[in-house]
Structure formats: structure tokens, C-alpha cells
Design a protein around this ligand. Structure first.
Ligand code: UN1
Length: 469
């Protein structure tokens, strides 16, 4: 897309939002209900496209589309719950309240690994809140993106056949334009970051990408919502149920071929259960079936591209040079690799471990006491997700307390990946601080207005100020 096409897209987005902001919330919910039902209808086809584009296994792609459907259900309910507040006014015969209004255009930048669900987190909330969306997907996700847009347009047509919308713009009015696709790579992302017409930019991807865009968004006083890199850990305590822990480790370290932002990258195991845990984990890793992601017997497909394979191999070589023990990690063929476990034999986490390598590499560390494990969990720059396996309530409470994990997501007896949509999703530090999907994340997609109304016959001033003329 060139700059001229970009401007046309943004203009269409402005027209569509101008109409949409005036549509009552519950009616906006009606469009999302129709869209959600269409996602249900096309679930198989959409999941196939997710696998085709992202190379994740089909079972996970089904989960991804389900996540988008769940978002629609959440959005329909939310459309009747965009609650403001009323406060008692200090002045006689006055009312004081806060209401939430639509923001305008929301820009969404999504990554290859969750090409549909993460867009849906943003799109559904943005639409329910009365906004329009311009979506710049990863250039690797074009098939699933096109299909989502096609289904969206169908949903809009059905919605318009059942609902009358007040508008004044004649032919220029296309409600389908509430969702538009911006294709391209870094350049259009930069245009979006600099564009004052985009009121909120929600970007998912690497910390590097976020750090390049965020200053541009804030330089124009725009809003940014960032979901960036993770370097997620799990603590395995001596009281952990190892049967559950091993399953959770394998799913969160190997699932999506280690290419989730929530992927488990660091395993912190108490020294008394270290040997037992490694032994069982290595055995579990041996049983992982790798191959065609559409074949239901496989738990792992290929990495996204040859660059990812090379990066993984490079990091593993550096690990060997450092004297770490590397189990697995070999290239099978093309982009198919074996997942790797790296025993570091130390508590210190070197630079290699502190960076996020978007590949199935799991580093293992030993800890002695929980304080030590919490410090190890928190030492990296990223702060997305974390978990502890323990049957000791004191340990679980400490890990989730203010002095425990410093991440946005803190789990007990489940792995760090695979969050439900109902909670707010996101993390601290280099992860960017944004929160998406459930809870009250919707508030970022609206502007808050504080309204004071005087229904009396006098004009009292706040703070009792006297200013008589
Ligand atoms: C991502 O990798 O960007 O919690 C999102 C999870 C998924 C979302 C991952 N529900 O792992």
C-alpha cells in the first residue's frame, strides 16, 4: 500500500466511525453477535488458514478461532455494560457523572503467531466501544486476514439488512469500512504511529518494534497499547504435582513451536526435585511428535521461517560455547526442529537467557529458597507471564503477592501460556504495560468525559470560592 492508498483508507475509516459512534451500544453488540455466529460457522476453514499462515498445529488454530468467538460473546455482553459512574456533587442542585464515549480510529498491528485472536481482542472491543479499526497484520498472515475481512463484510451486510442506521453521508457511507486492512511491513506501521487521526495504536510484536513505535505515538500525544516480548518463567517447588507440572511445561514450552509471547522460556526448579524433573521432562520431550501441522498426531509443526531456525541454532551454539548442556534442538529438515532444553548449571541468567529467542528453547535453573526463585523470575527485562507449581498455599500466595512475581500474568499450578479472554492480558516492563481482551481493558478504547450539571437557580462554585459580580 502506498501513502495515497493509506490516506484513502484512513478517510474511509473516519466516515464509517462518524456514523458508528452514534449507534447505541447494544445495537453495536448486535453486529458483533452476527460476526461471532459467522466465526462459528467458518471455524474449520478459518482454523485451516491460521495453520497455513502461522504453521501452528490445527488443534491450536481451532483454539485461536475459539478465542476470537469468546471475544465476540464477551463483546455482546459488554455492549450493555459500558458503565460510567455518578458521584455526589459537593454543590447544591448539581449532578456529577462520568460517561465513556467512542475514541475514533483504532490502529491494530498484529503478529504472525496469533494472527486472528489478538486482532479480535482489539477489534471486538474497539467496535463495541463505537470506533473503527484499521488493521495492519503481519505480512505472513494475509490469508487469514483476508478471510476475516470477508466474513466481517458479510456480517455488516446482514446487520444492515436487519437494522436501520441513522446517517447523513449518502454514498460515502460504507459500514464495512469499520474494518480496513493496511498491508505492508514497517513503513505503514510508522505512518500509523505518526498519524494523529489514529487515536489509539495497539501493537503486538517484539519489544524492538514497540520501542521504535511508542516514542512516535507519544510525541503526538496519541495513546499506545503495547503487547511486546515475554521471557516467561515457571517455578517448580518441592511440593509440586510433577504429573501436572510436566504436562504444563511441555504445552507452554513446545506449544506453537515456542512462538507465543507467553511461551515458557525459563524453568526454575528447586534443587531437591531438580534431577527428577529433568529426567521426566527429557522423557516427555522424546515423545513429542513433530511434523505436518495439519496432521492431528503431531504436537509441533515447523518454525515460521528459516530465519527463525537460524536464530535458534545460533543461540544454541552460543549456549554450547558457554558450557551449557543442550538437549535436542537439532534441525530435522527445513523449518522443522526438535525443541531444546538447555541446562545452564547455574543460577545466574546470562544475556543469552535474558533475551527472548522466539523458538522452542527452554532454559533450566536450580533454586534453593522461594525468595531466590522470585528474584530469578523477576530479573529479566520483560514482565509478561509467570507461574508456580506448588501445593503449599504459603508459597502460592507469596508468589502472587506484591513482593512476588512482577509480571502482568501470574499463574498457580498451570503454565504461563494459554490465558482465557476474561482477564486483562498483558505485562509490565519491556512487555509494554498494555492490557487487552477482558476485564476493563475496554476503557482504553474510549474517552472518559466528566459532566457536571447545575439544575438549580444559583451558581455555587466548587471549593466554596466566592466570586460575586
Ligand atoms: C500471543 O502470543 O501474542 O495466553 C498471545 C496465550 C494466548 C494468547 C497469546 N491466549 O497464550
Amino acid at each position: 500500500m502506498d501513502k495515497r492508498e493509506y490516506h484513502i483508507t484512513i478517510n474511509k475509516s473516519i466516515y464509517a466511525q462518524d456514523i458508528w459512534r452514534d449507534v447505541p451500544g447494544p445495537k453495536r453488540g448486535e453486529l458483533i453477535r452476527i460476526f461471532g455466529n459467522k466465526l462459528r460457522k467458518y471455524k474449520t476453514e478459518l482454523s485451516e488458514l491460521v495453520t497455513q499462515d502461522s504453521k501452528k498445529i490445527y488443534a491450536e488454530s481451532l483454539g485461536e478461532i475459539q478465542e476470537a468467538i469468546d471475544m465476540c460473546d464477551f463483546g455482546v455482553g459488554l455492549s450493555r455494560q459500558l458503565y460510567g459512574l455518578t458521584m455526589p456533587s459537593e454543590r447544591q442542585d448539581h449532578t456529577l457523572k462520568e460517561v465513556w464515549h467512542p475514541l475514533g480510529i483504532v490502529g491494530v498491528i498484529s503478529a504472525f503467531n496469533f494472527p486472528c485472536a489478538v486482532w479480535a481482542w482489539n477489534h471486538i472491543l474497539a467496535i463495541i466501544c463505537g470506533n473503527s479499526v484499521v488493521w495492519k497484520p503481519s505480512p505472513r498472515s494475509l490469508n487469514i486476514t483476508r478471510k476475516c475481512k470477508e466474513i466481517w463484510d458479510e456480517a455488516v451486510v446482514k446487520f444492515l439488512s436487519q437494522n436501520k442506521i441513522r446517517h447523513t453521508q449518502g454514498n460515502r457511507f460504507h459500514l464495512q469500512d469499520l474494518l480496513q486492512i493496511i498491508d505492508g511491513d514497517n513503513e505503514p506501521a510508522e505512518w500509523m504511529a505518526d498519524d494523529t487521526r489514529i487515536k489509539l495504536l495497539s501493537a503486538t510484536g517484539s519489544t524492538e518494534m514497540g520501542k521504535a513505535l511508542a516514542p512516535r505515538v507519544s510525541a503526538r500525544m496519541g495513546r499506545g497499547l503495547y503487547e511486546l516480548g515475554g521471557n516467561n518463567a515457571m517455578v517448580v517447588s518441592p511440593t509440586a504435582n510433577l504429573d501436572l507440572a510436566i504436562r504444563a511445561i511441555v504445552f507452554s514450552a513446545v506449544g506453537t513451536a515456542g512462538q507465543r509471547c507467553t511461551t515458557l522460556r525459563r524453568l526454575i526448579v528447586q534443587q531437591d526435585v531438580y534431577n527428577k524433573t529433568i529426567e521426566r521432562l527429557l522423557k516427555a520431550y522424546e515423545s513429542i511428535t513433530i511434523g505436518d501441522p495439519m496432521d492431528s498426531k503431531n504436537l509441533m509443526g515447523p518454525l515460521i521461517d528459516i530465519n527463525a531456525v537460524n536464530k535458534m541454532q545460533d543461540v544454541l551454539q552460543k549456549c554450547r560455547n558457554k558450557g551449557y548442556t543442550v538437549h535436542g534442538g537439532d534441525v530435522i529438515q527445513g523449518c522443522y526442529v526438535k525443541p531444546a532444553i538447555v541446562e545452564t548449571h547455574q543460577q545466574e541468567q546470562c544475556e543469552l537467557v535474558c533475551q527472548e529467542t522466539f523458538a522452542p528453547i527452554l532454559y533450566i535453573f536450580k533454586y534453593i529458597g522461594l525468595d531466590n526463585a522470585i528474584r530469578m523470575n523477576n530479573i529479566v527485562k520483560q514482565g509478561l507471564s509467570s507461574s508456580i507449581f506448588t501445593n503449599d498455599i504459603k508459597e502460592a500466595e507469596e508468589f502472587t503477592s506484591a513482593v512476588g512475581s512482577d509480571c502482568g500474568i501470574v499463574n498457580v499450578n498451570i503454565g504461563p501460556s494459554g490465558a482465557e479472554i476474561g482477564g486483562a492480558f498483558g505485562g509490565e516492563k519491556d512487555t509494554g504495560g498494555g492490557r487487552e481482551s477482558g476485564s476493563d481493558a475496554w476503557k482504553q478504547y474510549m474517552r472518559r468525559v466528566t459532566i457536571t450539571t447545575n439544575y438549580g437557580r444559583d451558581l455555587p462554585l466548587a471549593q466554596g470560592i466566592k466570586f460575586d459580580i
